[in-house]
Design a protein around this ligand. Structure first.
Ligand SMILES: *Cc1c(COP(=O)(O)O)cnc(C)c1O
Length: 233
């Protein structure tokens, strides 16, 4: 019998391929990030056995413990996608290959200073608040150009792109507008001479809309691993 996680991964892969085709984009051009937060080591091993290599985590402590539990899998790529406090940057600088949630210069400066010199540059996406919700993480669209220029100048960081979490809504047109804003912001940076290659947007419920608007990486948790249970320690 096919294991549930490998079957779910195949289903998400098929959704992604269909979304790429619908947007007239090459098959395989969008990276699938398996968001494994709250799931145990065994679930990540199952996803790995089914071909997943890129994993997303939201909590620093969980990234640290999983990175050591799974240290025998040398080609794993760790993406940190959660809110990052400035006093917790060190494990991320040391363990992650990517950080998607940089939204202020202080965090980027700490990551740059703490990235070990023997490692390749840490790949960074800047998180932008595209919904305008007061409670949301992310820099404002107005703050983005200056932040991007400053981060691009830091050593040991490679500024790769932009990330957003839209306001959740069943209204596909509103989601599409929020994703399109992130794409336009990336285009504006390119026009100012800052070419980036990554648009990190789209999750389990809205990956098709994100791919239609130009996502290069989708962050999918529930559709691969199932519903999360936050009551577990
Ligand atoms: C949890 C999380 C995801 C995955 O969301 P699903 O709806 O479970 O696919 C994606 N991005 C971020 C930033 C997350 O925190």
């Amino acid at each position: 019998m096919t294991h549930p996680i490998s079957r779910a991964l195949a289903e998400v892969g098929a959704r992604l391929a269909a979304a790429e085709a619908a947007a007239a984009r090459p098959t395989g051009s969008v990276t699938l990030l398996a968001v494994s937060k709250t799931f145990p080591e065994a679930a990540l091993r199952e996803a790995y056995a089914a071909g997943a290599r890129q994993f997303g985590e939201n909590y620093v402590q969980e990234l640290s413990s999983k990175a050591s539990e799974l240290a025998d899998l040398p080609d794993l790529v760790w993406h940190f996608i959660g809110p990052l406090q400035s006093n917790k940057t060190r494990p991320v600088a040391e363990l992650a290959h990517w950080v998607h949630s940089v939204d202020r210069l202080k965090i980027a400066e700490r990551l740059a200073a703490q990235r070990p010199a023997h490692l390749p540059a840490l790949n960074v996406c800047l998180q932008v608040n595209v919904s305008g919700e007061a409670s949301k993480s992310g820099c404002t669209p107005d703050e983005l150009p200056a932040l991007a220029r400053a981060v691009a100048a830091l050593p040991q960081l490679a500024l790769r792109g932009l990330m957003c979490i839209p306001e959740p809504t069943p209204d596909t047109a509103s989601l599409a507008e929020q994703f399109a804003l992130l794409r336009r912001l990336k285009e504006q940076l390119a026009a100012e001479g800052l070419a980036l290659d990554t648009l990190s947007m789209g999750m389990s419920a809205d990956l098709e809309t994100a791919v239609a608007e130009g996502a290069t990486l989708v962050r999918v948790g529930t559709a691969i691993f199932g519903a999360r249970d936050y009551s577990q320690p």
